[in-house]
Write a protein that binds this ligand. Structure first.
Ligand code: BMP
Length: 285
């Protein structure tokens, strides 16, 4: 299957899941396949970075709200809505970007349904997309889908990781793709390092055309990795050579000093242009 050789516009028309459709339409409208990952500890920096990069991105990946401030299962407790969420949503409207909460759900169906719908963050009420590890098996999808599908949300499965020594490879990745195929209405794609077409199918098996979105972290133009196992590839390697759809960039854009708003915007433009050039090269072959 070569659906990724089609344009984002053509692919948006065929998408049935509202969150996936919105992402493809946003990429097309803003001519940007850049997502910025905002992993900073201060809410002030968090909002300032998003405001600076907002015009140049299709998607913002948030993590601060959950992983940095709360530990596991505390997010099931009801009663508190951080004003930060309202600010994030206001910026999403102002700059026209999709919100992806990088929650990496990985528990039994009943627990993930609670974590997704309730608790401090009520993720399902504001995040267009979220993601899950495949470790629990298909029940993690069933649980999340019971909450997210009626709200028009979409799920990405972690099929591969960018880190050195990742265990998400080979038969694990194949199982992730099979799980996604069984829940095509809610699972819209993968966090992965390459296109997943035909992964896990036998040599003579033919599949219905499938168009999973591939969102790819581990992207950098200046360095090859960090001191803790992260590995970077360029937008060209990711989008043109590996057929991925969205580049997710964090420190490559906000760098060492999250308060330097002008240089952050300049870096965002640089990555946006690199990602778009790689896409044009891919679709114009
Ligand atoms: P950075 O570009 O600063 O390395 O950030 C990458 C972001 O993507 C981080 O938020 C990290 O948690 C996330 N990520 C990753 O790097 N590799 C994966 O395989 C999956 C991720 O979610």
């Amino acid at each position: 299957s070569s659906l990724h050789l089609q344009t984002y516009t053509q692919r948006a028309l065929r998408q049935k899941n509202p969150a996936a459709k919105l992402l493809l339409e946003t990429i097309d409208r803003k001519q940007s396949n850049l997502a910025v990952s905002v992993d900073v500890a201060s809410p002030k920096d968090f909002l300032a970075i998003i405001d600076a990069v907002g015009p140049f991105v299709c998607l913002i990946k948030a993590t601060l709200l959950l992983r940095r401030l709360f530990s596991t299962h505390i997010d099931i407790i009801e009663d508190f809505t951080p004003a930060l969420l309202e600010d994030l949503q206001a910026l999403s409207t102002k700059h026209d970007f999709v919100i992806f909460e990088d929650r990496k759900f990985a528990d039994i169906g009943n627990t993930v349904a609670l974590q997704y719908s309730s608790g401090v963050h009520k993720i399902a009420s504001w995040a267009h997309l979220t993601n899950a590890h495949c470790v629990p098996g298909p029940s993690v999808i069933t649980g999340l889908s019971s909450v997210g599908l009626p709200l028009g949300r979409g799920l990405l499965l972690l099929a591969e990781m960018s880190t050195k020594g990742s265990l998400a490879s080979g038969s694990y990745t194949e199982a992730a793709v099979q799980m996604a195929r069984e829940h095509r209405d809610f699972v819209v794609g993968f966090i992965a390092q390459r296109r997943m077409d035909g992964v896990g199918t036998g040599p003579n098996e033919t599949l219905e055309e499938e168009d999973f979105l591939i969102l790819t972290p581990g992207v950098g133009l200046d360095v090859k990795g960090d001191a803790m196992g992260q590995q970077y590839r360029t937008p060209r390697e990711v989008v043109l050579e590996s057929g991925c759809d969205v580049i997710i960039v964090g420190r490559g854009i906000y760098g060492q000093d999250p308060s330097l708003v002008d240089s952050i915007a300049a870096q965002a433009i640089r990555y946006k242009e690199a990602g778009w050039a790689a896409y044009l090269a891919r679709t114009q072959i």
